[in-house]
Design a protein around this ligand. Structure first.
Ligand SMILES: NC(=O)c1ccc[n+]([C@@H]2O[C@H](COP(=O)([O-])OP(=O)(O)OC[C@H]3O[C@@H](n4cnc5c(N)ncnc54)[C@H](O)[C@@H]3O)[C@@H](O)[C@H]2O)c1
Length: 337
């Protein structure tokens, strides 16, 4: 029988999950406090039930096999807890929550209910980044010394159908801003290298964007083994850039989102053939399809593999340390794990 999935939050990513899960054979219902959003979803994907609160959805329809939470971050934890307490597996969009305390509360509910939760830091499912991860594990560039993440993209280009001011990204209360929304890149640093020893950060609002949230983050993660990871996030850059440069003593690996490529060189001054380049043809939606497939496996009883609630709590520990570093203008030591 088709699995019945409730999508909570029928905005941009909610519609994407709905379409992907429907293509994988699921029946879709939707919850959103703004009925227009559900009508927009229904124009693309068949929606059998429409609700304006998760409590109503769970009360009326007792047969959901899974719940996808794609609302603004402020609502993630309480909504995930409602689903878990009803015994329904959850796919939760990132970040877990705007703050660490709420994320820890959710982690304890995942533990006490034993109901699974898969977290959607979707770049973990991106084939080129998995390739880089295995190259690093194979010591392809010798001892790694420095990594530089850059994510720069003007916010007005993300959702061209709405004003930036009307979107949760403009609101501190709803959980917008570069640090939280682009915590993808902190997650990838933890996925690749584990927890840092200390964090130094500046989190600021420096552009002309009409938002009350941060639009510029510069962070350095310092590791016990001497590795330095620098992360730059901004919401004003054009052309957009998503790149990671890994510098080892024996060479460099460069990942770029556009072009969709992984390059490696061991040369001091690489000429035309000095970089070995691997080009990929995967498209952005494929990572969401892979997440959806893993989630349907979890609904069927498989373990949560790629991204767990503990991973999400780990990200928020770094974000809290970064906030403290920025406010107090100092290096913040992470507690040993
Ligand atoms: N994994 C990824 O790469 C990825 C990509 C995009 C967005 N996201 C995440 O997904 C979430 C939503 O982002 P978006 O870009 O789709 O935003 P969006 O504004 O397009 O959609 C959010 C939707 O939630 C609805 N909403 C508001 N309050 C709600 C509530 N209390 N309960 C349920 N729904 C409510 C809004 O009406 C809107 O339709 C965010 O946490 C964001 O970080 C993740």
């Amino acid at each position: 029988m088709a699995k019945h999935i409730l999508i909570v939050g029928s905005g941009s990513v909610g519609k994407r999950h709905a379409a992907n899960l429907a293509a994988l054979g699921c029946t879709i219902s939707a919850m959103d406090p703004h009925p227009r959003r559900i009508s927009e979803m229904a124009a693309e994907t068949e929606v059998v039930g429409a609700f304006d609160s998760i409590a109503e959805a769970l009360h009326v329809e007792k047969t959901f096999d899974g719940v996808v939470i794609a609302s603004p971050p402020k609502f993630h934890v309480d909504q995930a807890i409602e689903a878990l307490q009803a015994g329904i597996p959850v796919l939760l969009e990132k970040p877990v929550s705007p703050d660490l305390e709420a994320a820890e509360r959710l982690a304890s509910v995942v533990k006490s209910t034993g109901v699974p939760l898969l977290l959607g830091y979707t770049w973990r499912w991106w084939p080129p980044l998995n390739q880089v991860r295995s190259m690093l594990a194979d010591d392809a560039i010798g001892t790694l010394r420095h990594v530089r993440f850059v994510m720069s993209a003007h916010l007005a280009d993300w959702h061209p159908w709405e004003n930036v001011q009307d979107w949760f990204m403009a609101s501190r209360d709803l959980g917008g801003g570069a640090l939280l929304d682009e915590s993808h890149w902190v997650d990838l640093a933890l996925w690749l290298f584990g927890s840092p020893k200390s964090v130094i950060a500046r989190i600021e609002k420096i552009s002309d964007l009409q938002v009350e949230t941060d639009d510029n983050v510069d962070m350095m993660l310092v590791y016990e083994n001497g590795l330095r990871v620098s992360i730059h996030l901004d919401l004003y850059g054009r052309p957009h850039q998503k790149t990671i440069r890994f510098s080892g003593e024996g060479g460099t690996i460069l990942w770029t989102d556009s072009p969709n490529r992984v390059s490696i060189s061991h040369d001091a001054t690489p000429g035309e053939d000095g970089w070995q380049e691997t080009d990929y043809t995967c498209e952005r939606n494929e990572m969401f399809v892979e997440v959806a497939k893993e989630f349907l496996g979890v609904v069927d009883g498989a373990a949560v593999n790629s991204c767990t609630i503990s991973d999400g709590v780990g990200v928020l520990e770094v974000l809290e340390a970064a906030r403290r570093s920025s406010t107090e203008d100092r290096t913040v030591e992470m507690s040993p794990v």
